[in-house]
Write a protein of this length. Structure first.
Length: 432
């Protein structure tokens, strides 16, 4: 092994694999510390080490590697923390902190190291300890250093390996922390979205209820489709389903706002045109642009379960089956425009006879806008959906099984995943 060369005097030996740079020769962009990570030249390139050592004679020695080792360690030196902060540029791979560096009147003998860790949270840091100072060196790792080295045991291979190990360990720590934070955010978002999905309020009603909800966004729990069901004190059951145009998180948030507003207005006694006019005002105040609109279908079922009032705001009409007969679409000729399209729109409320035994299915257009067959250009549409539901009813499917099967078959006919959000509700009453 060649004799050590003192720093900051550059080595003159031909072919040396360790280079040193005095602080005065260092160039860079001061003030970048703490904002960028190590350059991490882990692919076999040169390594740049910032040594913080207060010895004015520069007694830190840079051991050489044998000829042909293939890695050079460039060293920059700083005599104090202030100088180190100035020299801490983006191309620094690792920082070597002398644990004997004087503190700032702090009784903590690791205070300088802790200062460097705060100064460079995304850089790899090594601690340089006096020979045999094991406790202090181990304490350095406990507070955040990637590893420690003993001054008297340094050689070229050890230094190069320690720098690379520290850089990769820091990179792995950062990646693991980012992964953990990402998982926590995903869990929090999932809990939030799950909490925003409605809980039907049907206590005291003899109606059956089932719902199926599938957002179009990948890995999302909530989309722009929304629905709700409540029973008011007079025994009337109110059900609603809607769709905000678009598929992103902003549309999902607006859908939640409209659903909550609908529930509050319904419990306050509003229905029909008054309710939809008020919801349009909410939409106009909450939407990001005037191009955003929402379709809506509301149904209020009388306490005896035999009649209902229907309002359509640009939304597809529900399906109904009576006394076990084939399903058909409820009338939709007298519907009004989608919310947010016309400032002074009106939405007529149509009376519908349900009968003693019936099933009512409300859905969003995500169910009917897929293809009628794989590779076809024709859409499933409402007529195709009616045929599909009748076939499933003939097969004895009801409730949740019916909705699950309907969405699965629509996806199969489409030849792949449905691109839009899908919400489907099913209410029913068995006559006596």
């Amino acid at each position: 092994m060649s004799a050590p060369v003192p720093v900051p005097v550059p080595q003159q030996r031909t072919g040396s694999t360790v280079e040193t740079q005095p602080a005065a020769e260092t160039t860079g962009n001061p003030g970048t510390s703490g904002t960028t990570g190590s350059s991490g030249n882990s692919g076999g390139g040169d390594l740049t080490l910032l040594v913080i050592d207060d010895d004015p004679a520069g007694t830190f020695t840079a051991p050489e590697l044998p000829e042909g080792a293939g890695t050079r360690v460039r060293i920059r030196t700083a005599r104090n923390l202030t100088e180190a902060e100035r020299l801490l540029t983006d191309d620094i791979d690792c920082i070597l902190v002398d644990l004997a560096l004087p503190g700032s009147g702090d009784s903590d003998d690791l205070a300088p190291l802790k200062h460097v860790l705060r100064l460079a949270p995304r850089h790899a840091v090594l601690a340089l300890a006096a020979e045999g100072d094991v406790e202090r060196a181990a304490g350095a790792v406990r507070v955040g250093a990637q590893d420690y080295l003993f001054r008297g045991e340094l050689d070229g291979r050890l230094l190069s390996r320690a720098i690379r190990y520290a850089v990769e360990r820091k990179r792995a720590d950062i990646a693991q922390r980012q992964l953990t934070e990402s998982r926590l955010r995903a869990q929090e978002n999932a809990r939030l979205e799950r909490g925003l999905l409605p809980t039907p309020l049907l206590q005291g009603s003899d109606l059956t209820f089932a719902a199926h909800y599938r957002p179009g966004r990948s890995r999302a729990l909530l989309g722009g489709d929304f629905y709700d069901t409540v029973r008011t004190p007079d025994g009337t059951v109110h059900v609603m389903i809607g769709d905000v145009c678009g598929h992103g998180p902003d549309e999902a948030a607006l859908g939640v706002e409209l659903r909550i507003a609908w529930r509050a207005l319904t419990l306050a006694g509003l229905c029909g045109d008054r309710l939809l006019s008020t919801l349009q005002q909410v939409l106009e105040h909450e939407r990001e642009s005037e191009e955003i609109f929402a379709t809506l279908c509301t149904v209020d079922i009388t306490p005896d379960g035999r009649r209902a009032g229907l309002c359509l705001a640009g939304h597809p009409s529900p399906l109904i089956t009576r006394n076990g007969r084939a399903t058909q679409l409820l009338p939709y000729e007298e519907g009004g425009p989608a919310l947010g399209l016309l400032p002074r729109a009106r939405w007529p409320r149509r009376q519908v006879e349900l009968g003693a035994s019936w099933g009512l299915m409300l859905y969003t257009d995500g169910l009917i806008e897929g293809r009628a067959a794989p590779g076809a250009t024709r859409r499933l549409g409402q007529e195709g959906m009616v045929e599909m539901i009748n076939a499933q009813l003939a097969g004895g499917l009801t409730g949740d099984d019916l909705l699950q099967s309907a969405v699965a078959q629509a996806r199969e006919l489409n030849g792949g995943e449905l691109t839009d959000d899908v919400a489907v509700l099913l209410l029913g009453r068995e006559g006596t």
